[in-house]
Design a protein around this ligand. Sequence first.
Ligand code: HEC
Length: 103
Amino acid sequence: MRCLLPLLLALSACAPALPLVTEPDRAWARQAFPETDDDLADSRSLYATKCSGCHLLVLPRRVPQRDWPVILDKMAPKSRLNDADHARILRYVLMASRPGQPQ
Ligand code: HEC
């Protein structure tokens, strides 16, 4: 067991932490996407599930917000997203990569 501990620590260090959804996140999304009432926490889970199968989960803020639509157009077929899930994940990453957030 003693020799497993460093390995476990190393593995957990690799997993990027996807930040939890906060009230400012929700407020931003309500303004940006008044046409939907998605639960952002559900969209976050969807992102974590659908987008970590082939590579480590990319933290949304590591990609400039303006690049996300094109990247998702490329990745959605890889994840076999239906249109509704594609749209939800897009709204989530646009929220989570918006400029001006604390890093
Ligand atoms: C079937 C495997 C697979 C799945 C599922 C997948 N990706 Fe990827 N992803 C790749 C590969 C391969 C690359 C690198 C080559 C490329 O850009 O096609 C990549 C690259 C990326 C990049 C780097 C940007 C770029 O275009 O170079 C981002 C960001 C990304 N993926 C996000 C996502 C998101 C978000 C999802 C969920 C909707 C997702 N990926 C699901 C295989 C996958």
